[in-house]
Design a binder for this molecule. Structure first.
Ligand code: AHR
Length: 548
């Protein structure tokens, strides 16, 4: 389907509905103070789809960091623990979310990790000084424990190996330990540890953030690329079909951003399947000028990063005349800016210290919703995505001794997990915009742009015809209408419709008041060929719709 056809079709539909949009022509002067608001509009047509959704796009991270593993996932002394020492309340929450893939064991942690310390009899596992976060690591939870936990929460493992302080030989041995059936040194070691069946881990991260000077074993791009290629080539002997992810740039502010990715791929393109992207965002003076309006546009910065890294991949593909097109693994993303320095990142040689315990408010949740929209929109290119992280550390879930708290960001993530299925539709959304200005923001966030007030994505599950709509209203002052013109299929019933909103974008949940930022019902329009959603100001909403 050509773009011009889609546009003609779209305009025809708008014509039928009598819409007269002048978005962009007058908004610059009206900006945020406007009082009359034109509805955003889009057409739903199942013949126009962007990609089949690989649900691995909606994964998360579990790192040996702070209280993520110890007192998060694993706490044998707790009355809430099962016989393996796993917190049953956490299992229930994570399983209930249906997280499709979990990246483990790090993060920065992996670059100093000796995987052998974490396998075998627990009483023989060493306590070591963990150097990424200056913490004590008892190794009472390791790879096999993680695999057991993955089964309990019904998620797929995404394992990383150490290319920081570790050697290719140790990395390949780890793959052999996990995946070879039997009859070799490392597979027999696994079997001697009580795991007769191989774990069959399909997706592997080859190190973590190796472009970062903070990373143990940090090295120049070409050196990393050559090592990654060597590892990959050896791993292909074990199983040529494994999905191998090279380390891309750690964020868009790195001095080597894009150059790192190009040089790494020039060394290892033929041996890898994907490249990683990471980024963390915040409502800070350098990133947003402390402006919530600018902050809520940051998923468009994520979108630009995806397009830029994708372009580097395509450039190297062209250079190498390779038939293979790489996919992207956005395997660390989140809001993270308050608990990011000083005592928040220094474990002071303690066991399970409180690190990176970011408290998330409403505006963070709205932006996380925006990130999910961006990932879904770009799911043709981004196959794997991981919210960093899942529990206690920059996380939607937080434990205390007796319970689990859902932070504000839990809700948009849980909605996407629950409802986004099937195909991501190609929506052409017409919406009024507001301006953002570069000013003196950090260069990678300094952009003059027009940002749509309404950001919406839709999926359609061909199995059952159900449609999921995820709708962000960035308008801080007023309700926004979203008009959906249904071409095909026809909506028959609204199965669910909820919104996350509130008067105070800085509001957050606590164990004492866990429902301050929580979904409430949103009155849905009647199902029909034209449906108008009324999106509250400062909101992220979901609708789940049956169709015929
Ligand atoms: O997720 C927290 C940390 O952020 C990870 O360990 C690291 O990869 C990134 O810098």
């Amino acid at each position: 389907m050509s773009h011009s056809f889609r546009r003609r079709e779209f305009l025809a539909t708008l014509g039928k509905s009598g819409a007269a949009l002048a978005a962009g022509s007058w908004l610059g002067s009206v900006g945020y103070a406007q009082t009359s608001r034109a509805a955003a509009r889009t057409v739903i047509n199942q013949r126009l789809s962007r990609a089949d959704l690989d649900r691995r796009l909606l994964g998360a991270v579990l790192e040996h960091l702070g209280r993520a593993i110890y007192t998060g996932v694993y706490e044998p002394e707790s009355p809430l623990a099962d016989r393996n020492g796993f917190r049953t309340d956490v299992i229930e929450q994570v399983k209930g979310m249906a997280v499709p893939i979990m990246r483990y064991p790090g993060g920065n942690f992996v670059s100093g990790y000796n995987w052998l310390d974490g396998v075998g009899p627990k009483n023989q596992r060493p306590t070591v000084l963990e150097r990424a976060w200056n913490s004590l690591e008892t190794n009472q939870f390791g790879t096999n424990d993680f695999m057991d936990w993955c089964k309990l929460v019904n998620t797929e493992p995404l394992l990383g190996f150490n290319l920081g302080t570790g050697t290719p030989e140790q990395a390949v041995a780890y793959v052999e330990y996990c995946n070879v059936d039997k009859g070799t040194k490392w597979s027999e070691l696994r079997r001697s540890h009580g795991y007769e069946q191989p774990h069959n881990v399909r997706y592997w991260c080859m190190g973590n953030e190796m472009d970062g000077p903070w990373q143990m074993g940090h090295m120049p791009a070409r050196e990393y690329g050559r090592i990654a290629r060597d590892c990959a080539q050896q791993i292909r002997v074990i199983d040529e079909k494994l999905q191998l992810i090279a380390c891309g740039s750690s964020n868009t502010n790195m001095p080597t951003y894009l150059v790192w990715d190009r040089e790494v791929l020039e060394e290892c393109y033929d041996q890898v399947d994907g490249i990683s992207l990471h980024n963390y965002y915040g409502n800070t003076p350098p990133l947003s000028g402390n402006s919530t309006a600018r902050y809520l546009a940051m998923n468009l910065d994520m979108e630009r990063q995806i397009l830029e890294i994708g372009a580097v991949c395509d450039y190297v593909q062209g250079l190498q005349k390779s038939p293979k097109r790489l996919w992207l693994s956005f395997d660390e993303w989140n809001v993270w800016y308050r608990a990011r320095s000083g005592p928040h990142v220094d474990g002071k040689r303690a066991f399970a210290p409180r690190l990176l315990e970011e408290v998330y408010n409403l505006e963070d949740a709205l932006l996380v919703g925006g990130f999910l929209n961006t990932l879904l929109r770009q799911s043709e290119r981004v196959r794997v995505g991981c919210l960093a992280q899942i529990i206690n550390v920059i996380a939607p879930l937080v434990t205390n001794e007796t319970s689990v708290l859902r932070q504000s960001i839990y809700y948009p993530y849980a909605w996407a997990l629950k409802y986004a299925r099937g195909r991501v539709l190609d929506l052409q959304v017409q919406a009024e915009t507001y301006p953002i200005v570069a000013g003196d923001l950090q260069p990678d966030f300094a952009r003059n742009d027009q940002v749509p007030f309404v950001d919406v994505v839709a999926t359609l599950d061909p199995q059952n015809g159900q449609v999921c709509l995820l709708m962000l209203n960035r308008d801080l002052e007023g309700e926004r209408e979203l008009v959906l013109e249904w071409r095909n299929p026809t909506p028959t019933r609204v199965l669910a419709c909820e919104t996350l909103t509130g008067a105070d974008v800085k509001a957050f949940n606590t164990f004492e008041q866990p429902q301050v930022v929580a979904p409430r019902a949103l009155a849905p329009p009647a199902a029909g060929p034209s449906m108008t959603f009324k999106l509250p100001p400062r909101s992220y909403s979901v609708a789940h719709i049956a169709t015929s």
